[in-house]
Design a protein around this ligand. Structure first.
Ligand SMILES: [Zn+2]
Length: 462
């Protein structure tokens, strides 16, 4: 059988000032796509790779960038046709300037290209907001089941397995979705802790039911202001009635437990979190600067936590990192050991941050991207572009050993597994920024109201 591969993957934070242009996307075409991926696990499939692209989370995707990619994708798909099925690699929370919901447009154009009989199966992030067309014009949607995400490959393989089955058995399942009037920051729904842990574990039970092909729980992406932003339950089956009933049951269970969703670490305003970190004796203590979370589209350049650490006179901290191309260039020019005064950060997100003047010296550098700048007791990792310090490898690139410091600040929400492992303690700052956990402070305009937990007395009925 011959199966097409395509997709544009982007998580859009509509509150972020950073636009995603074509240069921000990593685009793979044709055979390049097959170089890495689980394709070999399906030896009887002749893959027809078209175009797959992805970018770091940003603000809106520029229309030009999107149109350029989607036109090439559709053209390649047309040339590859006829195909027996289409696999789409999506995130599910893409918003495009002038277009709106990116996946809605993309899925409609792919469906139009291949016709109504060809099965389309898509893998998604669980932080996805789904337009009705995405649900109706694909045969199978399946989403990640872990946050922090460690099952991307597994999810892609599950999607491909479903697609192979649709072709082999000549079946055309459909997605049933039940939306919940619920807005949850991802940090409130880590899948290793309750209630998400048992809700996700319950998916296997649903999948074991007769005729059910797949089941997903969508947490949604709270930082995408869209009419489709919400949590949801999805069940896939050839039997639409059964799928609808199972999705309803799942949705009711999420709703029943809505008050339990919360971060699994101590969560405090910036000043309090720094005070708490200073008192902490288990080192390193990690502070997630959750309002400026680069992995969810924020700028990653707000120097507020740095400022607070300096004011508190901490003796041994690392801030990883602050995106500031200008400061990096100045340090590289000055050289290792040089002492200088810099205006750090606050240049990308001017709404929530402003530059901080600091005097210190250049400790080390990894040109052209990374500089470590020491200001009193704080090592500030300056990066030329936004860099999420999710893995130890990133710290190695900066020549910083997080385990050897008392306090380590990262611009994420929940801690990535590698950091969690070395953390003596983990704290979360409810800091300002486009990924703030204080959702009530965000200027929502397009989400459907009323919605839990922004509004009182929200009623959910199916
Ligand atoms: Zn996600």
């Amino acid at each position: 059988m011959r199966l097409a591969i395509c997709g544009i993957r982007h998580e859009t934070n509509t509150f972020s000032p950073l636009r995603a242009g074509i240069e921000d996307f990593h685009v793979l075409r044709g055979e390049e796509i097959l170089a890495d991926g689980p394709w070999q696990a399906f030896p009887n499939v002749e893959w027809a790779p078209t175009l797959v692209s992805k970018a770091q989370p940003h603000g809106l995707v520029l229309q030009d960038a999107y149109e350029t990619m989607v036109e090439e994708l559709v053209e390649r798909l047309r040339q590859a046709s006829p195909v027996d099925g289409v696999y789409m690699d999506l995130h599910g929370a893409m918003e495009v300037e002038g277009v709106g919901d990116g996946e809605r447009d993309l899925v409609c154009r792919v469906r139009e290209t291949v016709g109504n009989d060809v099965p389309i199966v898509a893998s998604l992030d669980l932080h996805a907001n789904l337009a009705l067309e995405v649900v109706e014009k694909t045969n199978v949607l399946t989403a990640l089941r872990t946050a922090p995400h460690i099952d991307r490959r597994e999810t892609q393989m599950r999607a491909m397995g479903h697609l192979v089955r649709c072709v082999k058995e000549d079946i055309r399942p459909a997605n049933a979705i039940v939306r919940l009037p619920m807005l949850l920051p991802g940090e409130h729904a880590a899948t290793g802790v309750e209630p998400a842990r048992s809700l996700y574990a319950g998916l296997q039970e649903v999948e074991a039911q007769p005729h059910v092909m797949d089941a997903s729980l969508m947490i949604g992406c709270a930082w995408t202001d869209s009419p489709f932003t919400s949590a949801a339950a999805i069940v896939v089956s050839e039997n639409r009635k059964a799928a609808g009933e199972h999705a309803e049951r799942l949705a009711k269970e999420i709703w029943r437990r809505r008050d339990e969703f919360a971060p699994d670490v101590v969560t405090l305003p910036v000043e309090d979190v720094v005070r708490r970190a200073v008192r902490e004796t288990r080192h390193p203590v990690f502070i997630s600067d959750s309002g400026d979370n680069v992995t969810a589209g924020a700028a990653g350049d707000i120097p507020l936590v740095l400022k607070t650490l300096l004011e508190a006179g901490v003796r041994d901290a690392v801030v990883a990192g602050i995106a500031d191309a200008e400061a990096v260039a100045r340090c590289i020019e000055a050289g290792t050991g040089a002492e200088l005064t810099l205006n750090v950060g606050g240049k990308l997100d001017r709404v929530n941050g402003s530059p901080l003047e600091v005097t210190g010296h250049v400790v080390s550098m990894n040109p052209p991207r990374i500089v470590v700048f020491q200001v009193d007791g704080v090592k500030v990792v300056l990066t030329a572009d936004r860099m999420p310090f999710l893995e130890l490898r990133a710290f190695e690139e900066a020549d910083v050993k997080p385990a050897e410091h008392e306090i380590v600040v990262v611009k994420h929400g929940y801690l990535a597994p590698e950091l969690r492992e070395i953390a003596g303690a983990a704290l979360m700052a409810v800091s300002p920024g486009c990924t703030t956990l204080a959702l009530e402070t965000l200027p929502y305009e397009r989400i459907r109201r009323p919605i839990f937990s922004l509004d009182e007395d929200v009623v959910f009925s199916v």
